[in-house]
Design a binder for this molecule. Structure first.
Ligand code: GDP
Ligand code: MG
Length: 439
């Protein structure tokens, strides 16, 4: 989408203003770019018409080049198309808030259930999950495992209990436990059918949910908007969650959902990790589509990962040159947690793409490091000297972690190198003699 639009802007370079004539070609490029991004035709038509009218109608603002002005109009119109403002989740006046998740098979419902619980937990809400996919025992296990991962209780019954009954029991349990939010995962099917819809209606009747969110897969393109429409007409939903926006989907799905169905996208999933769920910001999405880089999302993500206290704590450690294996682990995990690094880096304007191979490599080395640090005694973690001095200890760690002695030695060396580097850095800072930048 981005490259198609770039061609459009370039065609206006050197023009004096926007006219009916000179926007014909750029508008054709925009139209093509949107269609290629899988935005539905009626939406594209309305979009192009609206942008064209505004482009010709508004006089050129002084100091603004015609291509910049067109970018602005397109951007504003994209934001409008996607619903304008962020659509926040709604919470019930009296707890618990009930969130029902629906959607076809494989779109990411179960993953989203756990992600959403973690997301809300970070906002200080206590959560409980209900396993409502009774068709596959594996589906229940999957939610139980993910629930453990995010440390949120999961209510599960046998596969012989009807989803509506599970919903009733689960809700009762949630009330007894006084949780703030209950999230129910449900079964999906390959296609919309009456059985699924009836089941969802039953569950919805029992739960009386505050939010009914349809989970849709960005890879399904235009189909996503149609699905949101159908589910809304059939069971009544409050919004959508779009998953897999990290994949090579063309983004067009996110563009048309609101316009076609009248229901907003509330959250988006951008990866397989539990942290990869965020609000849907129409303005940022428009920025990303137009290739302007999403700095805001990046900054937010980085801040969240490196919590303020942690950062300060780490700084103190560095000052006292006490940086140990616990710190190394914490620091490395924080970096790994930033999710697919490629995505984060991709958000910084002017940065190149990181290849999937590079990411896999980085993630692999984090795992290797973790496995070695995990078998260290607390004393060893805090006093890396113990390992530096004792080949026997290094050998034990190698054996217990299944790594080679050489790998253990490398890790120990790495830690001391970091200490040295930090000390040097501190020396420079304390001496107040930061090298001045030459031109
Ligand atoms: P369900 O059948 O709707 O419950 O789907 P699942 O939650 O089991 O997810 C199906 C697959 O999609 C799993 O392999 C997930 O890891 C993956 N998945 C879910 N959400 C995302 C996402 O945002 N990005 C990526 N890349 N994969 C996802
Ligand atoms: Mg599932």
């Amino acid at each position: 989408l981005t490259s198609g639009l770039e061609t459009a802007w370039n065609k206006l370079k050197g023009e004096e203003g926007l006219t009916k004539e000179n926007i014909v070609e750029p508008m054709r490029d925009i139209r093509r770019a949107l269609l290629e991004a899988d935005v539905s035709l009626p939406v594209v038509r309305r979009f192009v018409q609206s942008v064209s009218e505004q482009a010709v109608g508004t006089g050129l603002i002084r100091g603004v080049k015609p291509d910049q002005q067109l970018v602005k109009i397109v951007s504003d119109e994209l934001v409008k198309l996607m619903g304008g403002e962020v659509s926040e989740l709604v919470f019930a006046k009296s707890a618990p808030t009930v969130i029902l998740l629906a959607g076809l098979q494989g779109v990411g419902k179960t993953t989203v259930s756990a992600k959403l619980a973690l997301y809300l937990k970070k906002q200080g809400k206590s959560c409980m999950l209900i396993a409502g996919d009774v068709y596959r025992p594996a589906a229940i296990d999957q939610l139980v495992i993910l629930g453990k991962q995010v440390d949120v209780p999961v209510y599960a019954a046998g596969t012989d209990v009807k989803p509506a009954e599970i919903a009733r029991q689960g809700l009762q349990e949630a009330k007894r436990k006084n949780v703030d939010v209950v999230i129910m995962d449900t079964a999906g099917r390959l296609q919309i059918d009456k059985v699924m819809m009836d089941e969802l209606k039953d569950v919805k009747r029992v739960l009386n949910p505050t939010e009914v969110l349809l989970v849709v897969d960005a890879m399904t393109g235009q189909e996503a908007a149609a699905l949101v429409t159908t589910f809304n007409l059939e069971i009544g939903i409050t919004g959508a969650i779009m998953t897999k926006l990290d994949g090579d989907s063309r983004g067009g799905a996110a563009l048309s959902v609101k316009e076609v169905s009248g229901k907003p996208i509330k959250l988006v999933g951008r990866g397989e990790r539990m942290e990869d769920l965020e609000p849907f910001y129409p303005d940022r999405m428009a920025g990303r589509i137009l290739g302007m880089g999403d700095v805001l999302s990046f900054v937010e993500k980085a801040q969240e990962v490196m919590k303020q206290e942690d950062a300060e704590d780490l700084q103190k450690k560095i000052m006292s040159a006490k940086f140990d294996f616990n710190d190394l682990l914490k620091q490395t995990r924080a970096v790994a947690q930033m999710g697919s690094m490629s995505r984060v880096i991709g958000m910084i304007p002017g940065m190149g793409k990181v290849t999937p191979a590079q990411i896999r490599e980085a993630e692999k080395s984090v795992k290797i490091m973790e496995s070695m640090i995990e078998v260290m005694t607390p004393e060893e973690r805090e006093k890396p000297e113990l390992l530096a001095e004792s080949p026997a200890r290094r050998k034990r760690i190698a054996q217990e972690s299944g790594k080679t002695e050489q790998q253990v030695s490398q890790l120990v060396a790495q830690l001391f190198q970091m200490r040295v580097r930090m000390k040097n850095l501190m020396g420079v800072m304390e001496g107040g003699s930061l090298p001045s930048l030459s031109n």
